[in-house]
Design a protein around this ligand. Structure first.
Ligand code: GUN
Length: 288
């Protein structure tokens, strides 16, 4: 380690804990009025990573004083059977948010299933109605991971107006909604992807970089302007099997002004924003 200045770490665990305290308070207030916010999590098949994710989502809900049911089905479940379950959950007054864990088995059309979820209960923000609402700035549900990234920027008091934000990755779940959220806050936004000709030339101009590719060392110290804010959405394993992000953390932290670690950065924020969306869904229904 040299003596150069080091970036401030944006602590996702601490921010998540802080936000969850507020969720818990609001959930209790709503429960006192007779409405306990409820999330249904649907898992089809035996994907080991998915099993861990859904357990954490249900636990997050219960810890926040909300109601949560986990529906697990064998990978022999048909598309029609799943659509029938979604329909029942759409009608269920105790359920305010519905989340179908992805990936689904290949014989089930994930797009069709997502579109079957009532937009009022689409707490993942994956429905076309939610994507459209984000695009035109109307009320909907924001996808949890980019929403969490925005909360991290907010937590350091960062004003995006007129800043150049570079998003690396163009997925429907992170890259594209991330770019729209940054744009809504008046940043000038560049979206980079696998066909981008000169990634480094663009990231070197960036005041904010969000790396959401799913590949190690996509962003290295030579690609970062001194003082830039670096948000790492990646979840990868290094050669030793340890969790790491898309950013070369040890290198980039010597150059950046702020950086999010992996683990303990964006990860804990994603479930937190799911809780926020579920609470919000229940509050909206109560107000309606
Ligand atoms: N699979 C991986 N991440 C997610 C997520 O955020 N939501 C859902 N439904 N499935 C996922």
């Amino acid at each position: 380690m040299n003596n150069s200045t080091s970036a401030q770490i944006i602590d996702g665990n601490a921010l998540a804990a802080h936000l969850r305290t507020d969720v818990k308070r609001r959930a209790a207030a709503l429960a006192a009025k007779g409405v306990t916010p409820g999330l249904a999590v649907v898992l089809v098949g035996e994907n080991p990573a998915s099993q861990v994710y859904v357990r954490n989502k249900v636990k997050g809900c219960v810890d926040a004083g909300m109601h949560s049911v986990l529906e697990r089905y064998a990978d022999t479940m048909t598309e029609d059977e799943l659509l029938a379950r979604i329909d029942a959950l759409n009608q269920d007054r105790t359920i305010h948010g519905i989340l179908v864990q992805l990936p689904l088995p290949v014989h089930i059309d994930a797009a069709k299933v997502i579109e079957a979820i009532s937009p009022a209960k689409d707490v993942d923000g994956f429905h076309i109605a939610s994507a459209g609402a984000l695009m035109v700035g109307q009320q909907g549900f924001w996808p949890c991971t980019p929403y969490g990234c925005m909360k991290m920027l907010e937590s350091i008091g960062y004003n995006l107006r007129g800043k150049h934000a570079v998003v690396i990755g163009r997925s429907n779940i992170v890259g594209k909604p991330m770019a729209l959220m940054l744009l809504q806050q008046n940043a000038t936004v560049t979206i980079c992807h696998s066909a981008t000709a000169d990634l480094k030339a663009l990231t070197l101009q960036a005041d904010v970089i969000v790396a959401a590719v799913g590949k190690r060392n996509v962003l290295t110290a030579d690609m970062v302007k001194p003082g830039a804010v670096v948000i790492d959405v990646g979840m990868n394993r290094n050669d030793e099997g340890k969790l790491c992000g898309d950013v070369d953390f040890e290198g980039v932290r010597q150059v950046a002004g702020y950086i999010t670690p992996v683990p303990g950065g964006v990860g804990p924020m994603t479930i937190t924003m799911l809780l926020v969306n579920t609470l919000e869904a229940a509050e909206r229904e109560f107000a309606a």
